[in-house]
Design a protein around this ligand. Structure first.
Ligand code: CA
Ligand code: CA
Ligand code: CA
Ligand code: CA
Length: 269
């Protein structure tokens, strides 16, 4: 008689805010799980919101199956405070090739230390009417970079981190719109973080929201440290589409345009 293959426990615990940054993700089922290939990065999907979707390659993660337990060991620690989404799909099978019941959950990596007292780093970064910023590791070198949404016809900018909180202009002019908000996430499923930018539509004809895709200029996470090696900070390029001159997609104003600069844009798995 068929019995559903169900998850009986997970680590990190769903909705936890105190998972160690080096945590391994485990999923325990009520039956032994197939070791013949049904568990892979397309059926056991991990998406860290400041790191990107953790897929192989370019990452070098380990997904292991022992008995009733799947263990996922990321090649790099999560970022303090970042949210991690885990999706265990029904493509995961038991040893009789029967489908499992899918589960999606999320948790946050712990941010530890700090005093709540802030000092000015002394950096002046740009001279625009900035409306929003999103922090993520855009070039996969282990540190957090910034995508800044600018209004008033100023292009959006990417600022690269040298790993010590010193930022350098990435040299990209991304659009010339009245941008209000930006959310980062892996929109095309290739592991790196792309950008969804909302634009205000008070100009004649409106301004569509734009999607910017991260180009394939990543470096290996384990061969990072360009700054430490004395090389110039790496640049990533969020390029325009071949179909339109300024963005991969210009999304329908009627459906997606933000009429006002308010609210938040978010990308969820
Ligand atoms: Ca980085
Ligand atoms: Ca860097
Ligand atoms: Ca991507
Ligand atoms: Ca990409």
């Amino acid at each position: 008689m068929f019995s559903a293959v169900v998850i009986t426990g997970v680590n990190a615990i769903a909705n936890s805010h105190t998972a160690p940054v080096g945590t391994d993700i485990t999923t325990i089922y009520d039956q032994n799980i197939d070791t013949g290939g049904s568990v892979k990065d397309t059926t056991f999907v991990v998406h860290a919101m400041q790191t990107g979707q953790i897929v192989n390659p370019p990452h070098d993660n380990t997904i292991g199956v022992v008995g009733d337990t799947i263990t996922f060991n990321p090649d790099n620690d999560f970022k303090p405070g970042e949210t991690i989404h885990v999706i265990a799909t029904d493509g995961i099978r038991n040893t009789l090739a029967e489908a499992s019941v899918k589960r999606v959950w999320e948790f946050r990596a712990e941010a530890s230390g700090g005093t709540g007292l802030f000092g000015n780093s002394g950096q002046g970064l740009g001279n625009h009417s900035s409306r929003d910023a999103a922090l993520s590791d855009l070039d996969s070198d282990g540190d957090l970079d910034a995508f800044v949404a600018n209004a008033g016809g100023s292009p959006n900018r990417v600022w690269m981190n040298d790993g010590s909180s010193n930022f350098t202009d990435g040299g990209q002019d991304l659009g010339d719109h009245f941008s209000c908000d930006v959310a980062l996430g892996d929109l095309d499923g290739d592991g790196d973080l792309d950008a969804f930018v909302t634009n205000r539509n008070f100009f004649p004809g409106g301004q569509a929201n734009h999607v910017w895709l991260n180009q394939e200029l990543r470096r290996s996470p384990k061969s990072s440290s360009a700054a430490a090696a004395g090389r110039s900070p790496s640049l990533i390029f969020l390029r325009a589409t071949t179909r339109a001159p300024t963005a991969i997609q210009s999304l329908s104003a009627a459906r997606f345009n933000s009429a006002r600069c308010r609210g938040r844009t978010s990308i969820r798995s």
